[in-house]
Design a protein around this ligand. Structure first.
Ligand code: SF4
Ligand code: SF4
Length: 160
């Protein structure tokens, strides 16, 4: 069964970074075109290709349960063809809330797939995103970075 985003719009709300025409969408800066039902410029040809192409892990994986939908758990998991041994967990910047049960589920899922989990999450100390990784299996590797470096998280998947 093909999954649909349903009521989730988390990737358009500044959790992930994307340039939408003149608008930069990044932590704390939602896309101006996002509405509760999804994208208000769905049929607009000026919409970037990534908007149609992006599918989070939850959407891609038929076996990942409904309760793991990103808006329900407070984070998005992203895979990249360019960096197949990693998964990026990006926490909901606005709520700053991560569901603990879901986090353990995600760590186990990555471990089973032998993927290193990177995270970007809101720092309680600074209120900004910080990046790190979870040594979730013996072959995990370590990367970290500054706020500037996470402005375009997909870069992380391209230079490893
Ligand atoms: S985070 Fe995933 S489920 Fe939510 S809107 Fe984006 S692609 Fe859809
Ligand atoms: S243009 Fe639409 S799909 Fe793209 S980020 Fe904005 S609301 Fe989301």
């Amino acid at each position: 069964m093909t999954k649909e985003c349903g009521g989730c719009t988390l990737c358009c709300r500044g959790t992930l970074t994307v340039q939408v025409n003149e608008h930069k969408v990044y932590p704390g800066h939602a896309c101006p075109h996002v509405v509760d039902s999804g994208c208000s410029i769905h049929a607009d040809p000026s919409k970037p290709e990534i908007c149609d192409a992006y599918r989070c892990v939850w959407l891609q994986q038929p076996d990942m349960p409904d309760w793991m939908r990103p808006d329900k758990v407070g984070f998005i998991l992203t895979e990249s063809d360019a960096y197949p041994s990693a998964v990026m967990l990006t926490a909901d910047f606005d709520s700053g809330r991560i569901d603990g049960t879901a986090l353990f589920y995600a760590i186990d899922w990555c471990k089973l797939k032998k993927k290193t989990m990177f995270y970007t999450a809101k720092s309680p100390a600074t209120g900004e995103y910080i990046r790190g990784n979870i040594m979730n299996h013996p072959d995990s590797f370590y990367r970290t970075g500054s706020m500037d470096e996470i402005f375009e998280p997909i870069e992380l998947f391209n230079d490893g």
